[in-house]
Design a protein around this ligand. Sequence first.
Ligand code: SAH
Length: 379
Amino acid sequence: MTNLFGLDRAQLRAAFAAMGEKPYRADQVMQWIYRRGQDGFDGMSNLSKDLRARLARHFEIRTPELVTEQVSTDGTRKWVLRLDGGNAIETVYIPEEGRATLCISSQVGCAMDCSFCSTAQQGFNRNLTTAEIIAQVWFAARTLGGDFHGQHWKDRDQPEDERGGRVISNIVFMGMGEPLANYSAVLPAIRILLDDFGFGLSKRRVTVSTSGLVPYMDRLREDVDTALAVSLHAPDDALRDEIVPINRKYPIAELLDACRRYTAGKDRKTHIVYEYVMLDGINDRPEHARKLAKLLAGMPAKVNLIPFNPFPQTRYRRSSPEAIQAFAKILRDKHILTTTRKTRGDDIDAACGQLVGKVMSRQKNRLGTRIGDVPVTTA
Ligand code: SAH
């Protein structure tokens, strides 16, 4: 049985063609699922009874099972969703003034082995399928009362600060996993997020966050061109090699070249967000800020400082508010747009780098030891 959450429009049309059905029937089915929240074929009233029965024999619409839901005092919600084989992933909903962001996972665990991230400590089990990625979004919308009717999923071109009644206005691939290491599943998922018959989000409201898999940054630009966030975290290779081991394969100069290619020829408002986790005494000194400003000078860049979120057995501490402020000031004085990420949902361990899910039979091939061997799935 094929789970329909796993097929983008082109794939679904092809599947319908193979069944001898007209392609527009596929479009209708997508609308039922994503715009009207149907998870069964019975309610698809513009399809013949016969077609509905045939669909039910070939396809299913299946969401992961909810293990726990936690709601933070700040309104952030974290869902743990069970997958097959005893694995579980986490999905986080972050409502804010004027927007609401869903943070989704792309892998069970992660192989990138960043030293300050608790998902990394879990090791890597497997890639999520497109269906498992999309099901997180569908599940969240449905749970939040996104009835999929009318304006919840419409009015796509609202001004920046107006969510226009949507329960989810933005999607970020910042949950468990490295999305560009699971490119073949992430790409169709993005297509469904952007599709008018899917979730109908605009490109700038879907953000892929990467630790810096350079070749796939180029692919992403060619294929779907969403917003991009880059986990930089250090202003020189010596330090970045230590805390973001993929740097040993794609050092900062190559990474920033890829970033330049990503924004080349785009309008002046387009920039890349550089994420920078603030680790006390490690990467948070004034000289780090000055180096970072030099690196990013003249680039369409925004820096997002993320106060480190602790987890059990970590050797790191969060930088002091004073250190974070001083760091931000140095960047701003050099005319680099800088924001500090508000820590959300830390009372339910839903903050950045705290997502652990449940990773079964983890492979120990973390990058720290086997740098040449990133498990990447190509499209
Ligand atoms: N693999 C993707 C998505 C990771 S999560 C990536 O590397 O970009 C999103 C952000 O949270 C990344 O910038 C990541 O480096 C950061 N992060 C990880 N652990 C953290 C922690 N303990 N505290 C704060 N931020 C963390």
